[in-house]
Design a protein. Structure first.
Length: 258
């Protein structure tokens, strides 16, 4: 399944989205962004799909922005540049707020915008030989959109280190920073990510979606507003079919059927 640029495959309840432009190291071109949006729309609509894994074909996860396009777009109007930046913003926001869990399987270099795509995912599994880095400053660019996500992921001090140095870091370093949640043996990041996503997919889908919504919303809220919002969410979930099934399964000593 999928387009030429994003190939999809279902493994149980997990759908794997593979960026498929390996000769160019899977850049986040406009065409790739459109293909990802289409794949995400299809995955959201598919009730049988409970979690996603995003990975890259070939030896790289994603090399980030299409630099040839970036060179061309410099000569265009400010409005055109803002529109292009907005499309990347929409992609990152779509992944970050996707109602189903999303795990990045970083099978090779994840650079600049490619690192941003991984950061937008809920969880990251890195191949032990992979590298990740926010290298924009090395070419006179800035990791503006990516930086918003990175601060949320690892905190300001680690974000400053990664964004100001522009250095690629290895999987153990990413794990110590809290960026990667798992380090997989060489060549097994996709398998590890699918297994992790599959375990998550066993949980109640309404609970997973609401948890993601809460986590995305808490930033920027004051303490009282955040607690008020959380209380409303807790009241809503009490009326859900998922909680009804979960409680029934608990008292009947069986596995819930979500």
């Amino acid at each position: 399944m999928g387009s030429d640029l994003v190939v999809t495959k279902d493994i149980g309840r997990v759908r794997v989205l593979t960026l498929s432009d390996p000769e160019r190291r899977n850049p986040l071109s406009d065409a790739m962004a459109r293909a990802l949006h289409q794949a995400l729309d299809a995955a959201e609509a598919a009730e049988e799909v409970r979690a996603l894994v995003i990975t890259g074909a070939g030896r790289a996860f994603s090399a980030g922005a299409d630099l040839d396009f970036l060179r061309r777009v410099r000569s265009e109007s400010a409005e055109a540049n803002l529109a292009h930046s907005g499309r990347l913003r929409d992609l990152f926001l779509r992944v970050y707020t996707f109602p189903k869990p999303v795990v990045a399987a970083v099978n090779g270099p994840a650079v600049a915008g490619g690192a941003g795509l991984a950061t937008a995912c809920d969880l990251i599994v890195m191949d032990e030989e992979a590298r990740i880095g926010y290298t924009e400053v090395k070419i006179g660019f800035v990791a503006a959109l990516v930086g918003v996500l990175l601060v949320r992921a690892v905190g300001e001090k680690h974000a400053r280190e990664l964004l100001l140095t522009g250095e690629l870091v290895d999987a153990p370093t990413a794990y110590r920073m809290g960026l990667a949640g798992r380090v997989a043996a060489a060549g097994t990041s996709v398998d590890e990510a699918v297994a992790w996503a599959g375990r998550i997919a066993e949980n109640a889908p309404a609970s997973l979606a609401l948890t993601k919504e809460l986590l995305a919303s808490f930033y920027g809220m004051g303490l009282e507003d955040a607690l008020r919002y959380a209380a409303a969410a807790g009241a809503w979930i009490r009326q859900s079919a998922d909680l009804e099934e979960g409680l029934a399964a608990f008292f009947e000593k069986r596995k819930p059927r979500f």
